[in-house]
Structure formats: C-alpha cells, structure tokens
Design a protein around this ligand. Sequence first.
Ligand code: GFB
Length: 312
Amino acid sequence: MDKQDSIYVAGHRGLVGSAILRKLEREGYRNLIYRSSSELDLRDSRQTMAFFQEHSIDYVFLAAAKVGGIAANNEYPADFIRDNLMIQTNVIEAAYRTNVKKLLFLGSTCIYPKLAPQPLKEEYLLTGELEPTNEPYAIAKIAGIKMCQSYNRQYGTRFISAMPTNMYGPNDNFNLHTSHVLPALIRKFHEAKENRLPSVEVWGTGNPRREFLHSDDLAEACLFLMNHYEDSEIVNIGVGEDISIRELAEKIRDIVGYDGDIVFNPSIPDGTPRKLVDVAKINRLGWKAKIGLDNGLRSVYDAFRQDDLVKQ
Ligand code: GFB
C-alpha cells in the first residue's frame, strides 16, 4: 500500500476496525475511507455496490461483521449467519467488480473443528465438526474464506484471509449479555468492587482455555499481511499462548483489586475446550505479537475506569 492509496476500513467502529484505522493513521496513510452502519448498510447489496462505484478504492480491510460472545452466538444464530453472509458477500463482490487491488478478509478461530489438535494449524480447516454454540457464525466465516479463494482462482483477484484468535482492546463491547469473556469479566469485577458484592459469577466450569490478542497487535499484523502476504491460504494471527478462564478471572480480579469470591456457573456452556492457534506461519513470514496479556489488561481496565468516571 502506498501512503496516498485509497483504503476502505469496513467496520471502523468495532474493536478490530478501529484498531486498524488507528494504525493506518499513525503510519501516515492519508486517503482513508470509512462509513458507519447507519450511513452505509453493508447488508444491502445495492448500497454497497454504489459506494464502491462512487469511490475508487484500492485496498479493503473487511472487519465489518456481526460478532459476540458465546451467549449471543447461541441466542441469535440466524442473525449471525445471515448478517455475516450478507456483509461479506456484498463487500467481496463489490471489491471484485470495482477492481480493488487487494482485500483482507478477517475470519475467526472458531472456523476450526471443536476438537482439533492444539495448537490449531491452518491446515485443520474443514477436518472435523464445529463447536455447536457458534456453528452458524463459523459457517459464515468459512464461506468468506472460500469466497476469497474462489474469486482469486476464477477472477484472478488478490483477496487474502486472516484468522485472528480471541481479541480484546479499546472499543470492545462491555454489554454482559452479548460480550466476550474478557470485557465481561472486567465489568463484572469492577462493578462488584464498586458495589461491595461478596462474589462474581463466572460462566461455565472455568476449565476452557483461550488465547487473547490485543487489537493493536492484530492491527499491526493486518497491515503486515496486506503489505507482504499474497497467498490464498489462510493465516492465523495470535500470540501462541493461552490461559484457562479460571486463571483469566483471577488475573482480572487482581488487576481490578477485588477481594470477593469467584463462583463458577457450570449450567452455562463452556464452548470449545481449547482454542490456541499455531502462529508458526505468521512468525515465519516476519510478524510476532508484542503486547503481553498483563500489560494489555491493565491498559484496557484503565480505559474502562476512565469511561466509567466520565459516565458518573
Ligand atoms: O469469550 P466467549 O464468550 O467466547 O467465552 P468463545 C469464552 C469462555 O469464557 C467460555 C466463559 O467458556 C464462557 O463460558 N465465560 C465465563 C464467559 N464468564 C463469562 C462471561 O461473563 N461472559 C462470556 N461471554 N463468557 C466465541 C464465539 O467463543 O469466540 C465467537 O462464540 C467467536 O463465534 C469468538 O469465535 C472469538 O471463545 O467461547
């Protein structure tokens, strides 16, 4: 990408898109294009095509998606499969029709089989059954990967796909009903401390293991891939280390400074037992994550506390 190329960040208000936009701005890219979902509904094929025809776009970061934690995925499966299929189909097709030079599609590690060997290598895609709580979302993401690969094969486009592990960072969703575990626990422990509650409920058994990547690291990896990766095969983005949900809860409890108890609720599903990605491929290409979980968590908690003070 040259600094004057026109670059469209789809989903710029979300955790991932906002981090990509910040990184592009910091790196001096000057011709950045973005629209909120109220200005441009990417589920609408006509609007999407008209937008691409109006702006001559060189590069696309496709970070627009309907996302959520285990409960949201489980409760709104139709929304997750429909919205994601529509958004990605419309953007990929419009990018092809308007001769976009290169597009980066962002998937998720839930595309891998529920019980795949760990760490998850890229070649494990489509080798086994998916995790039922997020199968519709995963199927949409797998369709996105296959669309990019098929367009490259049939039309000679340059559409690449990256699979980030679980992420956290600024602009995350802290709604306890729809969020992922990390922001949910920050909020739960913070509110329990403020309200002097005796305990905090953590869903599931606490045994599942997850890997957490800061969105600033992810953004750096996305720019790196856009500038250096040309293959149709998927690439994992992760840190290469995971921790149990119990350990995560204890870490967040310590950072927040809460001294009550942690109570697990095993009636809520655990989801995939473990999701640790193999990062050998992206490391070999020349990129490595830099932000450790302790530092990342502290910065996210500081920002959360600032927001909380502003709201009061
Ligand atoms: O982050 P999370 O919602 O999504 O949950 P997944 C991770 C683990 O944390 C699960 C447990 O075992 C949850 O049961 N957990 C404990 C909690 N307490 C909480 C809580 O208060 N809130 C939440 N949300 N979880 C998602 C997929 O799976 O990961 C998406 O559903 C996507 O499709 C995303 O792939 C990255 O890691 O299980």
